[in-house]
Design a protein around this ligand. Structure first.
Ligand code: DAH
Length: 330
């Protein structure tokens, strides 16, 4: 048995020690073999034999544990020494910081609408049911709420699912005319290639006297905006539905990847959907107690714009904080 004490104390690494542990305590180890000899020991000596062996067993275990701590400490110290950074060393390569592509895209969008005299409003991320849904003509149990499942707090509070509630907040504390955009984070229960639980939207709202705001005004500004963002693309308006606008439309641009010929990204349609818009529904004006006004509104996803501008395939990669990815956007 003595040799095994020596072997433990001579082990030079945690790995080597582990091999010795198996050789001693393993199913086919020396201790098992010793215990197996018990059957040949005369009955009256069995007790003594077992006692001796068990003494060795626990002594070897103590030895093993002590040696393991010594070796682990040694290896940790060696590793730390090897990985030590010389903070006084002169660096030849350093990379400059840059705006995150989502923020950069957001800035460009805000820049466009600011130049058109739209004021920037922020609202609040933790919203109540009234501003996020009810006042936007999305009553309780309305099926359109299903598309915007979110994260709820008590007392009907929730993480806002879109930036549209900022329309309501702005109208409730200002008198028309209004020209505003609301950039900010929004939240939904979604996670795949093109959806993350948190993303950013920009909402737009313009309100003026009754009869002064038409779909033609909306169409003009959105076409101009999309050409500012994407260059010389074709723009089309498709009839759609949003509870807070009537009529509503979704807006497509000709695919920036294949120039409208049809590819995987545009599902071979030649078109990419980029925003939702419409003429403000009278029920919304009623909720904020506005009378004799007309207006248009629109909403867009900033990440979607960033993905199209930078040709990013997986939205989730934007939120992993991977320096290698972010360095590409400097
Ligand atoms: N709130 C909509 C959404 O999150 C986007 C939107 C569509 C906003 C049409 C609008 C609009 O103001 O008119 O899907």
């Amino acid at each position: 048995m003595k040799e095994w004490y020596d072997k433990i104390n001579e082990a030079s690494s945690v790995n080597a020690l582990e091999e010795i542990r198996v050789a001693i305590f393993g199913k086919k180890g020396v201790l098992a073999a010793e215990f197996a000899k018990m059957k040949d020991v005369p009955n009256e000596q069995k007790g003594q034999f077992a006692k001796e062996l068990n003494k060795h067993k626990s002594a070897l275990m103590n030895e093993f544990t002590a040696r393991k701590i010594v070796l682990q400490t040694q290896e940790l110290q060696e590793a730390m020494k090897a990985e030590a950074l010389d903070v006084s060393m002169f660096s030849t390569k350093s990379s400059a910081g840059a705006l995150h592509p989502v923020m950069e895209t957001m800035d460009r969008i805000v820049e466009y609408f600011s130049s058109m005299n739209f004021a920037v409003k922020t609202g609040q991320i933790v919203e109540d049911d009234f501003h996020n849904f009810e006042a936007l003509n999305l009553p309780k149990y309305h099926p359109a709420r299903d598309m915007q499942d979110t994260f709820y707090f008590k007392d009907e509070m929730l993480l806002r699912t879109h930036t549209s509630p900022v329309q309501i907040r702005t109208m409730m504390n200002t008198q028309p005319p209004i020209r505003m955009i609301a950039p900010g984070a929004v939240f939904r229960r979604d996670y795949d290639l093109t959806h993350t639980p948190m993303f950013h939207q920009i909402e737009g709202l313009l309100v003026d006297e009754e009869g002064k705001v038409s779909f033609a005004n909306l169409k003009f500004i959105l076409e101009d905006f999309l050409k500012y963002m994407f260059g010389d693309v074709a723009v089309r308006f498709r009839p759609s539905f949003f509870p807070f606008t009537e009529p509503s439309a979704e807006v497509d641009i000709s695919c920036v990847f294949c120039e409208g010929k049809g590819c995987r990204v545009c599902s071979h349609t030649g078109w990419l959907e980029v925003l939702g818009c419409g003429i403000v529904d009278p029920n919304v004006f009623e909720a904020v107690e506005y009378k004799n006004v007309s207006g248009y509104a629109f909403g867009l996803g900033v990440e979607r714009f960033a993905m199209l501008i930078h040709q990013i395939g997986d939205l989730r990669s934007l939120f992993e904080g991977d320096i290698k990815l972010l360095e590409q956007f400097q």
